[in-house]
Design a protein around this ligand. Structure first.
Ligand SMILES: *Cc1c(COP(=O)(O)O)cnc(C)c1O
Length: 382
């Protein structure tokens, strides 16, 4: 969409594709040379927009894409036919055939899944690549690590399955290094119990963005699954990964639709949860939870107007949010308000914004709605 559209949008997200490039380069440089880069682009590339992000990542030279489900895999292949893609989540029975037809790799967590997939591949006269997923303590997808050898035997005996990888997923990589170490140990122990499994011929992966913090050099690991960090958001503030100096790719903006004065004692918004302590100038923003401003951030968030932090007053509503601009001279209708991002010297990070709503950056990105147009720039350069 054009700059005209952008400046007219009452609410928008700017996506800086040049920052994405730089982030991928920095992450790559921080990884051991032999590591394959599996780019995780589920949930519409973390809300950034799958086609644009995937196209850029294809140029940036990632090795493989990972998505949550088959619909996302299909969308990815529309952007880049023939790109290798791994489906992370379980397939439903009706999806096996389509997965084989599309030629995507699939994670397998149970003998039932392996058998179904093998039958679908046989019926089509094809083979399908699978990654054996081992549950080392996440308690979600994967075969329990003590039972991995049984699933390996099922896969090895299935003529139409080709084992391409083995993987696990960490439960608390950002705040429990000891358990992460234990998960790595269980994973290696499980592999050691799979007779004839040659890890050197497979993609062996465990680390997500936060896992990179504790990534062990050495061992059979030769691939990482990077999601959030690509978008310049650290899984934990102040983490070691900060040294990689990635930059935020997305910023979130809205406009002021109305400026007015209200007297001390007036209350603001639904439920009357905020009472003005002084005569105030308030600004009504043209964004609300219908756009992705979390209602949980009512009375807690701030936005940037004319380079200053302005607190949200009262409840965030579906389409509008009220902020206090009493201390900001010259505020006018149509001024831009930054919800996430930089304005002048001030910055509101995605992490800070998410904390106001009692949530995590991943969820905030998934909560930006369809009503928010994404504008892509090679570089914002501001
Ligand atoms: C989402 C996901 C990732 C990426 O996680 P980030 O924390 O965003 O890097 C990696 N692996 C699996 C299995 C996932 O579901």
């Amino acid at each position: 969409m054009s700059d005209d559209h952008r400046s007219a949008a009452r609410c928008r997200a700017d996506v800086d594709l040049a920052a994405l490039d730089r982030n991928v380069r920095l992450i790559r440089a921080a990884l051991p040379a032999r590591m394959a880069y599996i780019s995780v682009v589920k949930a519409d590339a973390y809300g950034h927009g799958l086609p644009q992000i995937a196209a850029r990542l294809m140029h940036a030279g990632v090795d493989l894409f990972a998505v949550a489900n088959l619909a996302e895999a299909a969308a990815l292949l529309e952007t880049g036919a023939g790109w290798p893609v791994l489906v992370l989540g379980p397939l439903l029975p009706g999806e096996d055939r389509r997965a084989v037809e599309r030629g995507v790799a699939v994670t397998v967590s149970s003998a039932d899944e392996a058998t179904r997939l093998n039958a679908a591949a046989r019926a089509l006269g094809k083979t399908v690549s699978v990654h054996l997923k081992i549950d080392t303590g996440m308690g979600r997808a994967g075969v329990w690590h003590e039972e991995a050898a049984g699933l390996w035997a099922t896969i090895a005996a299935a003529p139409c399955l080709r084992l391409a990888g083995v993987c696990t997923h960490f439960a608390s990589p950002d705040d429990d290094a000891a358990f992460t170490t234990e998960q790595r140990r269980r994973f290696l122990a499980a592999l050691a119990l799979c007779p004839g499994l040659d890890a050197t011929k497979l993609l062996v992966h465990a680390d997500n963005s936060a896992g990179l913090e504790t990534m062990a050099n050495g061992g059979p690991f030769n691939a990482v699954r990077v999601g959030l960090l690509q978008f310049g958001v650290l899984p934990r503030p102040g983490s070691l990964l900060a040294a990689a100096r990635t930059e935020p790719v997305l910023s979130f903006h809205t406009r002021i639709g109305l400026v007015k004065k209200l007297p001390a004692g007036a209350t603001v918004s639904y439920g009357r949860t905020h009472t003005l302590r002084r005569d105030s100038t308030v600004a009504v923003l043209t964004a609300g939870y219908g756009d992705g401003v979390p209602r949980a951030a009512s009375n807690r968030a701030s936005v940037l107007v004319r380079g200053q932090r302005c607190p949200v007053l009262g409840r965030v509503t579906m389409d509008q949010t009220v902020v206090d601009v009493s201390d900001v001279p010259g505020v006018a209708v149509n001024d831009e308000a930054v919800l996430i991002g930089r304005q002048g010297e001030e910055v509101i990070s995605l992490t800070e914004f998410s904390a106001w709503a009692g949530t995590i950056p991943w969820e905030t990105l998934c909560s930006l709605t369809k009503r928010v147009p994404r504008f892509y720039r090679a570089s914002l350069g501001v």
